[in-house]
Every structure is written in structure tokens, then in C-alpha cells.
Write a protein that binds this ligand. Structure first.
Ligand SMILES: Nc1ncnc2c1ncn2[C@@H]1O[C@H](COP(=O)(O)OP(=O)(O)OP(=O)(O)O)[C@@H](O)[C@H]1O
Length: 286
């Protein structure tokens, strides 16, 4: 078991509640959530669709939807992001955090070259000249396994395969040297071989650049291979959290056991996936 000193912690979420405003009134979608991510550590958030993973991630990024209200604390390097003015919160997230999402196609501009899109934040945030930004973009692409000979800087997003697009997104996410990388279902749209390549790439970059990674996925099997710690969510509640090895080898929650049994990666035949009856577990949540 790892002991955490305050200096060792990058992100500490304490008692996070998120409410969304609906026509019927506020509805709580994240309840008293606690998460801790160590510097250079990896933390997984796992849960089925609607469990509150993305709401938690957007609270950390400081970009909750306008219809959402959060209370509790999101301590980043000891400063509570929720208490900062919106502008400062977004600036801090832009400086300190990189994001990789499920669908790079919608995050990348269709009619600008990859080189132009990569150069913009480098010029804005790091003050590089056009020439320097192009050289740095080429280096970043090389770092994510796209050599200059592929001509990707002058390509448009529709000319790239799904795996290449995600590599470009990853190159962009690390371009301003973030301390924290938030990857929200980064490989869900990709086939199994490419999935593994992309997750291995994230693991290598984490090691090489000393990043902390928050990996969000519906797939506990996948998260178990790439994280030190994990939080399992259901309907906005943390059902279980702890070191990933312990959660996977000796789950305390029946819901986690159900997720493990449903994971093809953990030795179960994909054509015989058990159906998890969520209602058995939601009743147990106060
Ligand atoms: N902008 C929004 N306004 C109102 N309700 C929302 C909004 N976004 C999400 N919700 C609701 O908040 C709850 C949690 O959603 P969230 O997107 O965090 O789940 P998730 O675990 O990330 O699911 P998925 O894997 O499908 O993205 C859901 O009930 C969802 O319907």
C-alpha cells in the first residue's frame, strides 16, 4: 500500500457533488466523490454509461456544462479549482492539463491541416514562431510514433486512419507539457490491436514525460492493465476504490465482481458475457 504525502498528490477530489438542472429541478449525478491521483501516478475511473465519469472529468477540467453545479473540493496542486473564478480555472486547466477524447474526428478541424492545428497552441501558449512551432510539431508527431516521412503535418484529418488521428490528438494533448493527462474513453472507437498500441503509447509517454494520467473507461479489464489505482462508479457513487491490483484480485463490491465477470479481457468468452443487474447494487447505495 502506498502512503501519500501532500507533496506527492497532484489531484485530490474531496466530497464532490454535481447537480444538473433539469426541467423537473436539480438532479444529483455525482455524489460525495473522493479521488486521489499521485504525481506520476495513474488513476482509472470505471463505470457504465451514465455513471458520472465524464461529469467528474469535466469538473476536474473546470468545464462543467452550464446546467451543472458542483460543490466539494477539486484540489489541484493543493488549490481548489472550484473556488477559482471561471476564467482562471480554465486558464489553469489549459496550462496544466492535456485531454484525449474518444472521437478525434470531432475534436480536429476538418479544413485545417494537422500542422496548422498543432502550431496554434504552441504559438499561443509557448510563444513559438511559425517555424519553431512547425519543428516542434514534427518532433511531437515523432514522439507519438508518426515519423516526418508520413507527411502528416500537411494532411487533413479525413486522410488519416482512426489510430493515426488518435496519435495526433495525443501529440496535441502533450504539446504544452501538461502535468496531468485526462483520457476519456481514448480507445473505445478503435479496434483491439490499435487500442493496445494507443494505450501502450500513453503508458510510454507517461513514463518518459513524468505525466500523471486519469484514464476513464467503461472497461475494467482495460483499466486494470494501465492504472495503479481505480475508482468504480455506479449512478454517480464510488462503489469501490483502491489499488487496482487489489480491486481486481479481491473486489469488495458485488458490482465490481459483475464488471470483472463481464470483461472479455479477464478471461471470459465475449459471446457469453453475463448481464449485470444494476438494480441489485443501486439499492445498497445511500
Ligand atoms: N449536459 C448535461 N445536462 C444534464 N444532464 C447531463 C448532462 N451531461 C450528462 N448528464 C447526465 O449526468 C449523468 C452522468 O453522465 P456522464 O456523462 O457523466 O456519464 P458517463 O459515465 O460519462 O457516461 P458515458 O460513458 O455514456 O459518457 C447521466 O445521467 C447524464 O444523463
Amino acid at each position: 500500500m502506498t502512503t501519500n504525502s501532500t507533496d506527492d498528490i497532484l489531484l485530490d477530489v474531496r466530497g464532490l457533488d454535481v447537480d444538473v438542472l433539469t426541467p423537473e429541478g436539480p438532479r444529483r449525478v455525482v455524489h460525495s466523490l473522493e479521488l486521489t491521483l499521485r504525481r506520476r501516478g495513474t488513476l482509472g475511473i470505471v463505470g457504465e454509461s451514465g455513471s458520472g465519469k465524464s461529469m467528474t472529468a469535466t469538473a476536474v477540467m473546470g468545464i462543467l456544462p452550464e446546467t451543472a453545479i458542483a460543490s466539494g473540493k477539486v484540489l489541484y496542486r493543493g488549490r481548489d479549482l472550484l473556488s477559482l473564478p471561471a476564467r482562471e480555472r480554465r486558464a489553469m486547466a489549459g496550462r496544466e492539463m492535456g485531454f484525449v477524447f474518444q472521437e478525434p474526428m470531432s475534436a480536429l478541424h476538418p479544413t485545417k491541416t494537422i500542422g496548422a492545428q498543432m502550431a496554434a497552441p504552441l504559438r499561443l501558449h509557448l510563444g513559438l514562431t511559425r517555424r519553431q512551432a512547425r519543428a516542434r510539431s514534427a518532433e511531437l508527431l515523432d514522439l507519438v510514433g508518426i515519423p516526418p516521412s508520413r507527411g502528416v503535418l500537411d494532411a487533413y484529418v479525413h486522410q488519416l486512419s482512426g489510430g493515426m488521428r488518435q496519435r495526433v490528438m495525443i501529440a496535441m494533448s502533450i504539446s504544452c507539457e501538461p502535468a496531468l493527462l485526462i483520457a476519456d474513453e481514448p480507445t473505445t472507437a478503435l479496434d483491439a490491436t490499435i487500442q493496445k498500441q494507443i494505450l501502450d503509447l500513453l503508458a510510454d509517454l507517461r513514463e518518459e514525460l513524468g505525466l500523471s494520467v486519469l484514464l476513464i473507461s467503461h472497461d475494467l479489464g482495460l483499466v486494470s492493465r494501465y492504472t495503479d489505482d481505480v475508482v468504480v462508479m455506479l449512478d454517480g457513487h464510488a462503489m469501490e476504490s483502491g489499488p487496482t491490483d487489489r480491486v481486481v484480485s479481491a473486489p469488495e463490491s458485488g458490482y465490481t465482481r459483475g464488471l470483472l465477470e463481464a470483461s472479455p479481457r479477464l478471461g471470459h468468452s465475449p459471446d457469453r458475457l453475463p448481464v449485470i443487474d444494476k438494480s441489485r447494487f443501486t439499492k445498497a447505495v445511500q
